[in-house]
Unconditional design. Sequence first.
Length: 277
Amino acid sequence: MILRELMIQAQAQLRAANIENPGRDVRKLAAAALAVPAERLTLVSDSAASPEQAAQFDFYISQRLARKPVARILGHREFWGRQFEISADVLDPRGDTETIVLEALKMPAKRLLDLGTGSGVLAVTLLAEWPASQAVASDISNAALAIAAKNADVHGVSGRLEFCCSDWLEAISGQFDLIVSNPPYIAQDELPGLSADVIRYDPKIALSPGKDGLAAYRTIAHNAKDHLLPGGRLIVEIGASQAADVKTIFTQSGYQEIASLQDLNERDRVITARMPE
């Protein structure tokens, strides 16, 4: 069958299933099935897909109809202009998390710590942007650390990145100019309202700490003080309704210059703070 016809049919299927942006998803999956760059898809859309290509495309579409996100179907996600491998063991990185990178890059850090690194997008991205820096990336999951290590190798920063299996800062030693984290922050009573794309495929441990969703911030705020150099920065992602609560936690822990930053959708997304000099 002609590729264009396959794509039209698939787009109709996704639209009927109330999947957002069906055209975008179909184009990405078609490009992957044909192993062509997405920007070349139009050039081959009037060609016949081979039986193998058509079968692969149909398989991808069936997975998307089951609400599996495109990034999970393909096994990678773009973040800050780089491709990162992901798996069922790590959170699918969101574009909103780039707000942390944007803020961190305002002041280079010689040594940084990424808590709950997951696929490693924060540590790897910052090291790629800062060629002279060193980092430690921690996670409670060894499976997640294995994915992060692969991404560090792909992007040429593995020689400057140490991995540590740790429950937040329990196994961390040393001090840092910068600590970043995108911790689980969804409250227990908010989990039922998550989309199927999220609740079925992101690890629950990466989504929610239970109860009010603030447990990780309390732990990080209390323990990061022992690992931040004077004047060092702490930058964390938050849920859109958590800015006031996290600011209070950080204030009570003695941090200074506490501020909230918004993402591109003008929602509170990041809290930044500094250790006293």
